[in-house]
Design a protein around this ligand. Sequence first.
Ligand code: UD1
Length: 419
Amino acid sequence: MQKLVIEGENRIGGEIHIQGAKNSALPLLAACALADGEIVLHNCPRLSDVYAACRILTCLGCRCSNRGNTVEVNARSISGYCVPDELMREMRSSIVFLGAILGRLGECSLSFPGGCELGPRPIDMHIAALRQMGVSIKEEHGVLRCTCPKGLKGAKISLSFPSVGATENIMLAACLAKGDTVIYNAAREPEIADLGNFLNCCGARISGHGSSTIYITGVRGLHGCEYRVMPDRIAVCTLMSAAAITGGEITLTDARARDVDAVIPVFEQMGCTVFAYEDRIFLSAKRPLKAVRTIRTMPYPGFPTDAQAIVMAALTKAHGTSVIVENIFENRYRHVDELVRMGADVKAEGKVAVVEGVGRLYGANVIATDLRGGAALVIAALAAEGETNLSNVKLIDRGYEEIEKQLSSVGAKIKRESV
Ligand code: UD1
């Protein structure tokens, strides 16, 4: 067990290179299962979830090796179609392997992903879409057994909600399916565009990815390629929040400003100065933070649910009352009780959280409740008086490459200790 020990009230200042995106790297790794050749993925973040995806690929019979931020996968010899229960449990987003394995092998068995720290994560849209594509799906003893008796076929699929996971699964299944697939009301997240670009590099025929209608024409096979994972837009939000709450100044390199278009105005309303360029962002927080107008989490291009806890942390010290409405997940305010332990004044009920800015936060013993909620506690601790001991760091390690090293390099006093 490890904890982070954070000595607060140190201003963040300097430059940080943004890591590759976890939420893109994972579907890209699943997509590797589709290709009959060597794939080299650069800028892959060194994260426990990435290693879990590599273990799934190895377990399916693929060759997979990591060297720093480069992962090489060769799925030529893929043979297995079952993802073991313990690997499914390790990483909820492993459901995205379903479309890839089905696409390549025509069958797949994996355990049903149950609830997670964000509340229930249903997959009804994934299942309905795959059924439209000719997949027969049976659920037996918590295991989904999927087969395609007549092969995968293209279909016109209309999603009732632009689900990121369902859009990814359909794209993966459709690449090698017979005929054309159209996804209406598709998710438009930048990670979807990255997946489409990657698959096209491997020989897929996809267009419209990044918009709400995606067209996929099935091809006979995919080949290997070399690809660079996009930058992590949630890491960008995290570091902007860290600089804002400490009255600091930060330059983020390899950060695509257009991916955080919905978040930058929120920092500007707080009183920060932000200069956004194509591949870098500068934020300076010289004035005390101010409360902001209501933030509503929405599918992209709206305000991202993954940035909700992170921005809330900065708002705990912003003068005035801010309101947040969480529209994507039911159970995404678990960090609130921990922030309150640090002196924050936040009340959450149902979808709504009301944040009254306070003058001071205090260091405390707190527990990370989920990945982004854990990052929110780190941000609050950076501005709190005294020492914060933050346990359950493994949840934070799922999404941030050595968060203590990144933050130390820009002036934070933060270290990792074994307990
Ligand atoms: C979601 C986020 C994504 C984020 C990721 C990790 C959105 C739209 N998606 O993606 O940006 O990076 O979490 O935190 O913000 N749903 C169903 N049935 C389904 C699939 C989804 O009811 O078959 C519901 C979910 O319960 C949830 C919503 O749709 O309320 C969003 O789901 P989805 O986009 O699929 O979630 P993720 O792919 O996990």
